[in-house]
Design a protein around this ligand. Structure first.
Ligand code: 13P
Length: 250
């Protein structure tokens, strides 16, 4: 399969100084990571810094969230057009932290997905089950249900310009990584579900794994047939560990 994607979700971490150090480290090391698409997702205030520092590198920029509306009276929100002005090309939609902490539902997630594609940016649709759902044997139905909710609104063909990130909620920030076979089982089910509606798009669809990915766990995860890279949280905050994960994806 063509290139892998390694994406770093910084969440609400960093400071001007920490961002300067991280971007500098990424700039230095990026050239050594070949045939892998690297993407960073800084908090909004650091987008200008990221755009400036990463220009001339192959590292792409994404945002962690966006408003589905175009402009106007939406206090506290950030539009896609604004993000685009800072060189942003990827948008995380439906991250489990936004679903859980900010009550984003499937309808809002689908609206953000559609709005992102409308301005020719790429949504990374995040899906994943909680520990309770996994223990009840609901993993595949929860994950395919989250994807189907988007298909119902955007259609299966929309996956020609989208990425899916499977992030089991119980593995995020816990140090508990899904085993390569646990992850592969879900990734395979995701691809099969998309294929049942949009076979052509399913073949080339990138499906990333997220949840406590480290340089140590990345290689075996990325070797799985349906794992096309990673969405990395904690380990993306240090240039060395993020670049090492990029190397593992080669
Ligand atoms: P961690 O890698 O810190 O578990 O975070 C994963 C994640 O939520 C990325 O979006």
């Amino acid at each position: 399969m063509a290139h892998m994607i390694v994406a770093g979700n910084w969440k609400m971490n960093a400071s001007k100084d920490a961002v300067a150090e991280l971007l500098n480290g990424l700039k230095q090391g990026a050239a050594a990571v070949k045939n892998v698409k690297m993407v960073v997702f800084p908090p909004f205030p650091y987008l200008a810094q990221a755009q400036l520092e990463l220009s001339g590198t192959d590292i792409h920029i994404g945002v962690q969230n966006v408003c589905a509306a175009g402009e106007g009276a939406y206090t506290g929100e950030v539009s896609l057009a604004m993000a685009k002005e800072f060189g942003v090309s990827y948008v995380l939609v439906g991250h489990s932290e936004r679903r859980a902490l900010y009550a984003e539902d499937d309808a809002q997630v689908a609206a953000k997905y559609v709005a992102t594609q409308l301005v020719h940016m790429t949504p990374i649709l995040c899906v994943g089950e909680t520990l309770e759902q996994r223990e009840k044997g609901q993993t595949l139905s929860v994950v395919t249900g989250q994807i189907q909710a988007v298909i119902n609104v955007a259609g299966g063909a929309s996956f020609a310009n989208a990425v899916i990130a499977y992030e089991p909620v119980w593995a995020i920030g816990t140090g508990l990584t899904a085993s390569p076979s646990q992850a592969q089982e879900v990734h395979h089910a995701i691809r099969a579900h998309v294929a049942s509606i949009a076979p052509k798009q399913a073949c080339s669809l990138k499906i990333l794994y997220g949840g406590s990915v480290t340089a140590a766990s990345a290689e075996e995860l990325f070797a799985q047939a349906d794992i096309d890279g990673g969405l990395v949280g904690g380990a993306s905050l240090q240039a060395d560990s993020f670049l090492a994960i990029g190397q593992a994806a080669k």
